[in-house]
Design a protein around this ligand. Sequence first.
Ligand code: SDX
Length: 392
Amino acid sequence: TKGIITIDPGFKNTGSCESAITFLDGEKGILRYRGYSIEELAEKADFLEVAYLLIFGELPNKEQLEAFHVDIKNESHVDEEMKKILDAFPKSAHPMGVLSSLTSALIAFNPISVNVTSNDEMYGAIVRILAKFPVLVAWTLRKKKGLPLDYGDDSLGYVENIHKMMFKKPTQEYKRNKIVIDALDKLLILHADHEQNCSTSTVRIVGSSHAGLFASLSAGISALWGPLHGGANQAVLEMLEAIQKDGGDTKKYMAKAKDKNDPFRLMGFGHRVYKNFDPRAKIIKQAAEEVLADLGIEDPILEIAKGLAKEALEDQYFVDRKLYPNVDFYSGIIYRALSIPTEMFTVMFALGRLPGWIAQWREMRLNGEPIGRPRQVYIGEKLRSFVELDKR
Ligand code: SDX
């Protein structure tokens, strides 16, 4: 602290806002959306219901949920010109970069997303992005696979429709697999919000300048991309595959993670808030075992993951620093079982987090929060006079 300014790198001890959306207790491993436990919601609700709950504060009744879904379906077309922008990307482009750009590009075709002052304008912008973002996610995947860009089917449920847009083969009927759809639905619920994490804080601070909803979300997607945040789920799978290639030598990777001279971190471990266990990781670990069993998949990667988690539990370095598996540690194992390519894992995180970002952005705007503008402590040069070029 210098004078009145307190420096708090990473805002480890700084609260940015009051919020009524998500409650976390890092010591007890508690996560609740609008007061409902994540365990109950993951078991009993579906993703669209949870999106409504996060954004509007209450679980919808039948009519409200139906009307919400109809309003979303009415906005599920994406301007055909957006395909030209998608086409401009090389196939090698990372889907998170593509989606951050396409989310921003959507503004040009949806001016309502810019000045959302009235409730109607805000609602209009919200249903549009909940309808169009999944289409962009599906198009991004299909472009990578060289498949024609498909539209949804209004007769399907919200998550089932996303799965169909992503995976329906052009020449075959769409085959609904309940196990897969239920697993996807549960994963999206578990990722839906997490109070003031890096990407949500980004969405709030960009929105605090009264930049539009889509512009704020585009910034959030970029923040989530980082390997220390949502990008960790892709990094976890790459790490587990590297260990597998190394003959399952987990000890070598544990040693690397503890070596201060080695920038390598055990991806999927540790959390700023959870200092005992991440409740989402517990549910996802269980779901991974069930989904693989139900689909009859023997994935040695799961065994390597479980071995790593067990070793970390018994290792002083990890125990001292309270580093346990987080939401990203097991999720990739399920995505792999659902035939989602590794490069799309963080996109699936963004798809799940979308309602949470929207809810937090809406709360910030309805609360009339001031523009985010932190202070600093200056440690640079004192006043000095300019020196002409030929004298330097
Ligand atoms: C998400 O914030 C959220 O809520 C995020 C999220 C959400 O839902 O939005 O939960 C999603 O981002 C989960 C986290 C995914 N990231 C990873 O799995 C990447 C690996 N983990 C970390 O890099 C780290 O644990 C963070 C980023 C998650 C948390 O970092 P902090 O709180 O800033 O902790 P830190 O970097 O100060 O680490 C404290 C100590 C350090 O050692 P010392 O300097 O004290 O000796 O723990 C060590 C770190 O070196 N450490 C690790 C480690 N994580 C922390 N050492 C090895 N491997 C790790 N994974």
